[in-house]
Write a protein that binds this ligand. Structure first.
Ligand code: TRP
Ligand code: SF4
Length: 432
């Protein structure tokens, strides 16, 4: 079966457990200090390498946050969910970098660069700031304008073949070269924040929808491929191995012991050394930094969180292309009330039946609004769930409650957005 995740098709994934198992995504069950509810409700359902970020947060170490989106259409609640994660990471000390994927939008959605620029400034930049992204610690840049991103795409691509790209993404001979370049530019996005100019090698978190997993896997592979040291457990010790360098093997290995300030045993013909057990994350980050010092790339493989795709109010994927079923951050509040009123619920046709048999919150788009956005408090959420199940809650009333909370939140956001000045946007957006 040729089953792969296609990042450019709007598929919907329902069975997240199966998806995790199929693609080797780990279950997300970190208990994060002061984290928003989506991190503990299975909305953020999976991750790769999040232990690096958990460790950085706990030990107050540097980490980077890289997020990106195509400037096509308006911002909706699905985007807000990623921003909620970004805000949490910001609070925990991460430095934030946001890519306007204008090149990707140009190649895959037919959005001109000028149009992408305008949308980025007028819609995206404004709402990021309105929701609380702090321009002192965050930047928004354009793929098309950041040379380092494009340079990395062109340089790192030395270690990936056409057939690898084709088999990951299902490209064919008919695919445009521009489209084929998009994953490489995205690798550039993700890894460039670890160049010295942007903060150096450090753990990097990329919060994304699971449709982006192929890019994440590829980027993690790339980061590893360009490293010159690798390590693994060997009996009771850790073996560190040098790869891709023929000369001065001894010098390169000794440098490691020196840098880590540990004693080691060497096996030069084997290009190996052995050290006492130590923390693996610390070792990985230290080796990446050493590699950078000796003029190699030294990227720490980026970590990712995967969130569920948010459902539109008709039960399909929320998307700008079906605006009646999406909630946009800029939506008129009366329109929002109307949209919620028309939403697909898990309720019964007749109130009488609902009172008798209860509704089904698990199949309800309004309940999902509460889970993702409108009920931070777990007790409140449980109350809604149980009331619905046992018939004590009717959909009309429940929708009103949701609409009220939602319009409150949007009103606040829109007020903030109005107050964002051009000066602030200029500080936030690079190459404004
Ligand atoms: N490919 C992403 C999308 O389809 C956009 C994107 C570009 C991105 N570069 C990124 C996302 C880097 C996360 C990290 O929306
Ligand atoms: Fe959904 Fe609320 Fe109706 Fe239950 S009562 S089905 S949660 S809208």
């Amino acid at each position: 079966m040729n089953y792969f995740i296609n990042p450019w098709a709007s598929q919907q994934f329902k069975d997240y457990k199966k998806l995790r198992e199929e693609f080797g995504i780990d279950e997300f069950n970190f208990s994060l200090p002061d984290a928003p509810a989506i991190f503990r409700r299975g909305v953020v359902f999976g991750h790769r390498g999040f232990d690096y970020i958990y460790n950085a947060i706990k030990n107050k170490k540097d980490f980077a946050v890289l997020s990106g989106l195509m400037p096509s259409g308006k911002m909706h609640l699905g985007h807000k969910m990623v921003i909620d994660q970004i805000l949490y990471f910001q609070e925990k000390g991460g430095d934030i970098h946001i890519a306007s994927a204008d090149l990707e939008a140009y190649h895959t959605r037919g959005v001109s660069l000028e149009e992408g620029y305008r949308t980025t400034i007028e819609e995206y930049a404004k709402f990021y700031l309105a929701l609380g992204v702090d321009y002192e610690r965050a930047e928004l840049y354009f793929q098309s304008k950041r040379r380092e991103v494009k340079d990395l795409a062109l340089k790192l691509s030395k270690k990936i073949t056409v057939s690898e790209l084709f088999s990951i993404y299902g490209f064919t001979g008919e695919s445009s070269v521009g489209h084929i370049l998009c994953p490489l530019v995205q690798i550039g996005d993700i890894l460039h924040v670890q160049l010295d100019k942007f903060g150096g090698p450090r753990p990097t978190i990329v919060p994304v929808g699971v449709d982006q997993d192929p890019h994440i896997r590829l980027t993690r592979d790339m980061a590893r491929k360009w490293r010159i040291y690798s390590f693994k457990d060997v009996n009771e010790r850790i073996g560190i191995f040098l790869k891709g360098i023929e000369d001065d093997v001894e010098k390169y290995l000794k440098r490691v012991a020196e840098y880590l300030n540990v004693s080691a045993e060497y096996n030069i013909p084997y290009r190996a050394m052995y050290i006492e057990k130590m923390d693996k994350i610390k070792l990985d980050v230290a080796l990446a930094r050493l590699e950078r010092e000796i003029r190699h790339y030294g990227f720490v493989p980026p970590s990712a969180t995967y969130h569920r795709l948010i459902t539109g109010l008709d039960g399909n994927k929320m998307s700008s292309s079906r605006p009646e079923y999406a909630i946009f951050l800029s939506d008129d509040l009366d329109l929002v009330r109307k949209k919620v009123k028309n939403a697909l619920t898990g309720g019964r046709k007749f109130a009488e039946d609902q009172r008798k048999y209860g509704g089904n919150p698990d199949k309800c788009t309004v309940y999902e609004l509460f889970v993702y956005h409108l009920a931070e408090d777990d007790n409140y959420l449980r109350e809604i769930y149980e009331e619905c199940r046992c018939g004590g809650r009717l959909c009309g009333q429940c929708k009103k409650e949701a609409a009220e909370k939602l319009t409150e939140m949007l009103q606040r956001t829109q007020r903030e957005a109005k107050n964002i000045t051009e000066e602030e946007i200029k500080k936030f957006v690079k190459n404004y």
